[in-house]
Design a protein around this ligand. Sequence first.
Ligand code: HAM
Length: 403
Amino acid sequence: MIQSLRGMNDILSEDYKRFTYFINTATDVAQKYGFHFIETPLLEETALFKRSVGESSDIVGKEMYQFIDKGENDVCLRPEGTAGVVRAFIQKKLDKAGGTQRYFYHGSMFRYERPQKGRLRQFHQFGVESFGVDSVYEDATMIMMVSDILKRCGIGYRLQLNSLGDQNCMPQYRDSLVTFIESCEDEICEDCKRRKDTNPIRVLDCKNAKCQSLYENAPKLLNSLCESCESDFSKLKKILDDNAIKYEIDTNLVRGLDYYSKTAFEFVSDNIGSQSAIAGGGRYDRLVEFLDGRPTPAVGFAMGIERLMELIVMPESKREGYYLGAMDEEALDMIVGLTHKKRSSHKATCDFKAKNLKNHLKGADKVNAKFCCVIGTNEIKDGTIWVKDLEAKSEKVILLKDF
Ligand code: HAM
């Protein structure tokens, strides 16, 4: 039997309810914040991700579904959504339009990671990207939006916050970090040795326990911020305090993608095991320019839908719509016709087999219908339909012309 590929899941029935409930809730929140839907292709030129997410990142270095297509183009399945949205923003010349532009999206992302609970090779994100606002109020707005979505889904979280500095203060910090790494280079893991040369700040979120304990003495990013980054970060914390959003400062939070500067944040859950990040984002003021667009400040986030589906508290599902059934072969055509009529304004399902009343009531229950409606020989004779309200537990006979 052919099975799905490792780390690639089907989403059906109960899972699908959670999936659509999340998308609908997050879409509603994003629209309330003034964001518009954008859809970008699943397949893009590999160069897009190399230049944005960064060649030194694990995502690009190890995890891309990359291949040469029939036209000899080097392409890959998108590992994340930001790069494609920025490409579309520049391609459609929206960077030249000026002003503020805010987008949200959802869809599949692909990363060839080692599959485990909460870590898939094809997973779904809900994300937003905001262009044109360099105020830290927009960073706070992103965080408020994630917080609102999680609250509406009944999901608790811890918010971790950091500032990665900008082109003024980051290079100096990087130099001091490299000097520190060199002082203990013999003791760090092979990955960190490689990171020292490609992207030194990534050593800070190395999972190796020995490295972690060594880096406790490393220079701290937050102590190296320039005046403007420092003042933005203080302002961000104040806005969050004023709006009762709790956070923890994590000076080792560097994110796995290279395009960030200044604000970086992650929302984590303590209730889903080791893959605990449920959302992540931050500011990426230089990416539009880096991909050949007009310099445009930007900030955004993405949420991992599969991880959130484990945590969503679904509202009690209410009975809805009609279930129609025939007790006699003769009534089947009528049932199909009436179901078709009802569907113009209600959810309606019907059974194509004549059955006794008990079985139809079971069928109505299975699809969680509010009304079970049945036609047998008596009803055909009288031109009526028997209707039971399964919520109120009341029943009546209605003339077909009034149904
Ligand atoms: P990210 O942190 O790489 O950020 O991914 C965002 C979220 O996607 C994670 O917090 C996690 O919930 C989920 N996720 C990531 N990898 C997997 C996986 N293998 N299996 C299941 N879920 C996963 C980004 O992708 C950035 N584009 C976010 C962003 C938007 N920054 C600015 N704008």
